[in-house]
Design a protein around this ligand. Structure first.
Ligand code: NAP
Length: 292
């Protein structure tokens, strides 16, 4: 069994990006600039945005954080998006989700200029991904693809089962694994809460991507010998005996599943760190060959 080490792989990718930023400067190209919009004070969102901004700085990117209160109206947010669309110095930007209930998330996603949509959530970019055209691939599935690629995990002709069909993880993951590309060329089964006989499907799978947000959902008796298991789940579970008062759990019962796998991602240190590295990669792509 081999660990797909997202922490080490993400570090390697971020170092490559930092070198590329230096090389860009030497060529007179622009420093990539990522902006992030955070509405409200949700703790997890603040943590995620904070780590994205810090990762930018460490790679030599420029970053801008725009913070507004939870009472911000949809119109005000759309104005911020419009300004970022117009700002030539900003190469790419993200609006951290989830947004407060009074804001229509889809309207905001569709307002982002396609060329700056480094989250890859705009419907046009989702369509381009499905057609295998150049685009921004959503950061978490992009991170998983890069992890499989860096470890040369065989995917062609394999049966992949994706658990969860969210727009940010499961659904794009199923599209990417089914594309005529490497990693890809899998026969994909996309499963969700209405799927019947899920364990029968996972037991037949060569590759399982688990993204449903239920701690330790995938058990050893749902996995065949030699499977590749990718755990996307991140759930805070109360643990009063620990210093933080909680522990982070993935969607896979790691201790019992790992011995059966050919490859597996740990939580933490698997998919999570790859997500940020992928966002930086997308920003680098967005900066293209713009002059300083
Ligand atoms: P989500 O939007 O809540 O979607 C969950 C999906 O799981 C839904 O499609 C749901 O089906 C399906 N599901 C729920 N119960 C199921 C069951 N018993 N059997 C089969 N499918 C079931 O979740 P998400 O945003 O994709 O996130 C999933 C997990 O990944 C969370 O723990 C999240 O924190 C984590 N995550 C991690 C990263 C990272 O960087 N590592 C990034 C994003 C998310 P229905 O569609 O039928 O409801």
């Amino acid at each position: 069994m081999d660990i797909l080490d997202g922490k080490a792989t993400s570090k390697a990718i971020r170092e490559e990006i930092a070198e590329e930023v230096e090389a860009r400067k030497a060529k007179g190209l622009k420093t990539p600039h990522l902006a992030a919009v955070l509405i409200g004070t949700d703790g997890a969102s603040k943590t995620y945005v904070g780590s994205k901004v810090r990762a930018c700085e460490r790679c030599g990117f420029k970053s801008t954080l725009i913070e507004r209160p939870a009472t911000t109206s949809e119109r005000e947010l759309l104005e911020i998006v419009h300004d970022l669309n117009q700002n030539d110095d900003v190469d790419g930007f993200i609006v951290q989700l989830p947004l407060p209930d009074h804001i229509n998330e889809q309207r905001v996603i569709e307002a982002v200029k396609r060329e700056k949509d480094v989250d890859g959530f705009h419907p046009e970019n989702v369509g381009r991904m499905a057609l295998n055209l150049p685009t921004f691939i959503p950061a978490t599935p992009f991170g998983i693809i890069q992890l499989l690629e860096r470890y040369n995990v065989p995917t062609e002709g394999k049966h992949a089962v994706v658990i969860g069909r969210s727009h940010i993880v499961g659904s794009p993951m199923s599209i990417l694994l089914g594309r005529n590309a490497y990693p890809g060329n899998c026969t994909v089964t996309l499963t969700h809460s209405r799927t019947q006989n899920l364990a029968e499907l996972t037991r037949a799978a060569d590759i399982i991507v688990v993204a449903l947000g239920k701690p330790e959902f995938l058990k050893a008796d749902m996995v065949k010998e030699g499977a590749v298991v990718v755990d996307v789940g991140i759930t805070r579970v109360d643990a009063p005996e620990t210093e933080k008062g909680y522990v982070i759990k993935g969607d896979v019962a790691f201790d019992e599943v790992a011995p059966k796998c050919s490859y597996i991602t740990p939580v933490p240190g698997g998919v999570g760190p790859m997500t940020i590295a992928s966002l930086l990669k997308n920003t680098l792509i967005a900066a293209g060959d713009k002059k300083a």
